[in-house]
Design a protein around this ligand. Structure first.
Ligand SMILES: Cc1cc2nc3c(=O)[nH]c(=O)nc-3n(C[C@H](O)[C@H](O)[C@H](O)COP(=O)(O)OP(=O)(O)OC[C@H]3O[C@@H](n4cnc5c(N)ncnc54)[C@H](O)[C@@H]3O)c2cc1C
Length: 387
C-alpha cells in the first residue's frame, strides 16, 4: 500500500506537539500527529492536573513570549469551551540582593507585568503560614496562576482534530528518511510529508539520532510531592493561597516551587526543580529521594503548616539542556525537519507560542520571535554524517 501523505507530520503528542499540530491544522495544513503510547498517558512530561503559568522570568525573551502565550491560552479556552486557567497569583521569594531575584524583578518592571512588592513587616499579613527567609525579599505577580494540564493537552488535540487533523497513537516512530518528502516509519505504518516536526520530549535523544543529530539533553525524574495541611484549607486555592517560587533556597542549589492545595483537597504540591538522571523507559526504576529530603527540610523551616513528609508522590520527567533554555530550531542539515526539545521543566505555559513558532518554521515562514536563544548552534553540535 502506498504511504499516506501529509503536508506535515508531528512526532509526539505532548503539549508542544499537540499545539504545533493545532497551529498547522488552523493554517490548513494536512497534518498527522504521531504518538508512541495510547493516549492519554502519564509517561512523559505533560501529564498531571496542574502547571504554573507566570511571566516572572529573569530573561526578557521569555516574558515577552508569555504575553502572546496568555492570549492564545484564552483563545483555546473559548475554542474548546473549557476552563484551562485559574488566577492565583505567584509569590516569588529569593535573596534580596541575589542576581536572579533582581533580574526577575527588573524583567517584571520592564515588561509592565502586574506585581505587588511585599515588605517584610507586612509579609505574614498577606501570606500567612509561610516564614520568609532572613535576607529574602518577596513580591507577587498578580495575574499568574494555574493551568489545568491534562485538560489543556486534550483541548489542543480536540481543536486540532476539529480542523481536520489526524492523531494516530500507539505508533512509535522507528525510522526517519529525510528528503524533500520526509518518510516516517512507525511500528505499524509508513507516512510521508513535506515537513516533519520532532517534539518527542524525554525521548528526543532517541528520535533525533534517526536524523543523524545528537543534542546534549539530560532526562531527570521529578518526584511530584503533595504535602498534607495540618489545618485543612490553610494553603488552599479557595482561600486564595498563591503559587510560589523560592529562588536559591538555603537547602539546595535549585529552586523550589509549589501550588496551592487544589487537585487533592488538603494536599499542597511542592517540588524541587531538579531530579536524578533516568532513562525515560525506566523512569520507575529511579528511586533516588534526595529531592524529597530537600523539600522536607525546606517545609519544616518555611511552611510550618504542612506535615514535612509527602502524602502522595507521583512522577514526571524533565528534559534539561545545559543552559535550561529550550531548543526551537530547524535541523542543521535538513531545513524541512524542525525540532522542539529540551523544555527543561518550564515549557508547559509556553505551549501555544512554542507550537506557533514550530509551525512557522515548518511552513518555511519567518518565526514571530527571535529564536537565537533557542538555537542548536549554541551547543556547537556537528550533525553526524550517518544518513
Ligand atoms: C513535575 C513537573 C512540573 C512542571 N511544572 C511546570 C510548570 O509549573 N510550568 C511550566 O510551564 N512547565 C512545567 N513543567 C514542564 C512542562 O510540563 C514540560 O516542559 C512540557 O510538558 C514538555 O512537553 P513536551 O511536549 O516537550 O514533552 P512530552 O509531554 O513528554 O511529549 C512528548 C511526546 O512524544 C512522544 N514520543 C516520544 N518518542 C516518540 C516516538 N519515537 N514515536 C512517537 N511518539 C513519541 C512521547 O510519548 C510523548 O507523548 C513541569 C514538568 C514536570 C515534569
Amino acid at each position: 500500500m502506498a504511504p499516506e501523505e501529509y503536508d506535515c507530520i508531528v512526532i509526539g503528542a505532548g503539549i508542544q506537539g499537540s499545539f504545533t499540530a493545532y497551529h498547522l491544522a488552523k493554517n490548513k495544513k494536512k497534518t498527522l500527529l504521531l504518538e508512541q503510547f495510547i493516549l492519554p498517558h502519564s509517561r512523559g512530561s505533560s501529564h498531571g492536573q496542574t502547571r504554573i503559568i507566570r511571566k516572572a522570568y529573569a530573561e526578557n525573551f521569555y516574558a515577552s513570549m508569555m504575553g502572546e502565550s496568555c492570549e492564545l491560552w484564552t483563545l483555546l479556552e473559548k475554542e474548546a469551551g473549557v476552563t484551562l486557567y485559574r488566577r492565583t497569583g505567584l509569590l516569588v521569594m529569593g535573596p534580596e540582593n541575589g542576581k536572579d531575584f533582581q533580574l526577575i524583578k527588573s524583567t517584571i518592571q520592564s515588561n509592565r507585568v502586574p506585581a505587588v512588592v511585599l515588605q517584610r513587616h507586612e509579609f505574614s499579613q498577606h501570606i500567612p503560614n509561610v516564614n520568609l527567609t532572613h535576607g529574602d525579599a518577596a513580591f507577587v505577580e498578580t495575574d499568574a496562576g494555574i493551568l489545568y494540564a491534562d485538560r489543556a493537552v486534550r483541548a489542543a488535540q480536540m481543536v486540532f482534530q476539529g480542523h481536520g487533523g489526524v492523531i494516530k497513537d500507539r505508533q512509535k516512530v522507528v525510522q526517519i528518511e529525510p528528503g524533500s518528502m520526509v518518510t516516517v516509519t512507525t511500528g505499524s505504518g509508513v507516512y510521508r510529508a513535506k515537513s516533519l516536526v520532532i517534539t518527542a520530549g524525554p525521548w528526543a535523544s532517541r528520535v533525533l539520532p534517526l536524523t543523524g543529530l545528537q543534542l546534549p539533553l539530560k532526562v531527570v525524574r521529578i518526584n511530584v510531592c503533595y504535602w498534607k495541611e495540618k489545618v485543612p484549607g490553610s494553603y488552599s486555592v479557595t482561600n486564595r493561597f498563591p503559587c510560589f517560587i523560592q529562588i536559591q533556597p538555603k537547602e539546595a542549589e535549585h529552586d523550589i516551587y509549589g501550588l496551592p492545595s487544589n487537585e487533592y483537597p488538603g494536599l499542597m504540591k511542592l517540588c524541587y526543580h531538579m531530579g536524578s538522571e533516568t532513562d525515560p523507559d525506566e523512569r520507575d526504576r529511579q528511586t533516588d529521594r534526595s529531592d524529597v529530603d530537600i523539600l522536607s527540610r525546606y517545609i519544616s523551616r518555611c511552611f510550618p503548616g504542612l506535615v514535612p513528609e509527602p502524602a502522595v508522590v507521583e512522577s514526571c520527567l524533565y528534559t534539561v539542556t545545559p543552559d535550561h533554555h529550550f531548543v526551537l530550531d530547524r535541523h542543521p542539515t535538513y531545513s524541512n525537519i524542525v525540532i522542539g526539545a529540551g523544555f527543561s521543566g518550564h515549557g508547559f505555559k509556553f505551549g501555544p507560542v512554542v507550537g506557533k513558532v514550530l509551525s512557522e518554521l515548518s511552513m518555511g515562514q519567518v518565526p514571530s520571535y527571535d529564536l537565537s536563544p533557542f538555537s542548536i548552534r549554541r551547543f556547537h553540535t556537528q550533525p553526524k554524517s550517518a544518513l
